[in-house]
Design a protein around this ligand. Structure first.
Ligand code: DAH
Length: 339
């Protein structure tokens, strides 16, 4: 190899370094010229065969070649590295975005929140009670006769002779009245349990929202009706009808069942409302004097009403859910519809 060829090799190798598009290509160039059997390495090895007279000049040129290629590679390496950090790692903008899902409230939680908001605007606060209740709070203080069928093993999940999974949120009324003097104006959302077999409208674990208003001034059935009519309009929209039907509950006298106009037919009568035009949503009534006595209130000096809604029932009406089991199956196709 003569000096001219050396010069040619230099421009060829420097071109190759410049053309290397990424780290892998640059490494290939390095191996080609500076590797153990690389072209530049071969030139260095051939130095000993150069005639002694030419050796100094050739050696100098060969060294310059090697240093130039090494320097060019180092420079290109640095350039490639800074290109990568400037634009982040190589990124394909046509790739679909990384997909992340955010959770949302369960429809039953949405109903509870909405009910609490509506009642809070007319002075009700949220009270709480445990799922495991005493027989006294769940039955006795609520004036349930000692051998009432609701206390039967076949309806109530008993834990001991005195403890049970509450069958209703009504025991929170007792807790609230035992804890404070009237006026008491509370709602209480919570889980309730019964020994029911699951079907489209029954579940062994469901939710209720209890309401209680007791005051030291006269409170009447008309107040109860006005309150529930207000609630119905706020929850279901204008145009909803509310009706009371006489009923019996041990803890209220008089007692009523509360119906809303059927959401499906608007009151004309259909399969969902069994042609009646009405859907039952709550039990209610004026608090029975015997309940007041159990909590140490003087029945001659207090007046009040109570009501208990089924949360699932309201959710089914409001959102048009045909089967109560959907609420518990955690099927995302169902739950995502409430985002
Ligand atoms: N606890 C009753 C039930 O589970 C519902 C109920 C009826 C609650 C009348 C009340 C009430 O507060 O006054 O069927």
């Amino acid at each position: 190899m003569n000096l001219e060829e050396l010069e040619a090799l230099k421009s060829e190798s420097l071109e190759a370094v410049k053309a290397a598009a990424d780290a892998a290509a640059l490494e290939a160039v390095r191996v080609k010229y500076l590797g153990r059997s690389g072209t530049v390495t071969a030139v260095m090895k051939s130095l000993k065969d150069v005639p002694p007279a030419e050796r100094p000049a050739f050696g100098k040129a060969a060294n310059a070649l090697r240093q130039a290629v090494e320097a060019a590679i180092a420079e290109r390496q640095a350039a490639l590295a800074s290109e990568e950090t400037a634009s982040g790692p190589a990124f394909d903008y046509t790739m679909p975005g990384r997909w992340s899902e955010s959770g949302s409230l369960h429809p039953l939680s949405m109903v509870v929140k909405e009910v609490a908001r509506i009642f809070s605007r007319i002075g009700f606060t949220v009270a709480d009670g445990p799922d495991i209740e005493t027989k006294f709070n769940n039955f006795t203080a609520l004036n349930t006769a000692p051998h009432h069928p609701s206390m039967d093993q076949s309806d109530t999940l008993w834990i001991t002779d005195d403890l049970l999974l509450r069958t209703q949120t009504s025991p929170v009324q007792i807790r609230a009245m035992l804890a404070r003097k009237p006026p008491v104006r509370i709602i209480c959302p919570g889980r309730t349990y019964r020994r029911d077999t699951m079907d489209a409208t029954h579940s062994a674990n469901f939710h209720q929202i209890e309401g209680l208003y007791v005051d030291t001034k006269p409170v009447s059935l008309a107040d109860l009706k006005a309150t529930l009519a207000y609630f119905a309009r706020e929850m279901m929209g204008e145009g909803i009808g509310v009706r009371f039907r006489p009923h019996f509950f041990p803890f209220t006298e008089p007692s009523v069942e509360v119906d809303f106009t059927c959401h499906v037919c608007g009151g004309k009568g259909c399969r969902v409302c069994k042609q009646s035009g009405w859907i039952e949503v709550a039990g209610a009534g004026m608090v029975d004097p015997r309940v007041y006595r159990h909590v140490g209130y003087d029945p001659e000096k207090v007046w009040g009403y109570a009501f208990g809604f089924g949360v699932e029932r309201i959710a089914m009406i409001k959102y048009g859910v045909p089967d109560i089991r959907y609420f518990y199956e955690n099927d995302l196709r169902f739950l995502k519809q409430f985002r």
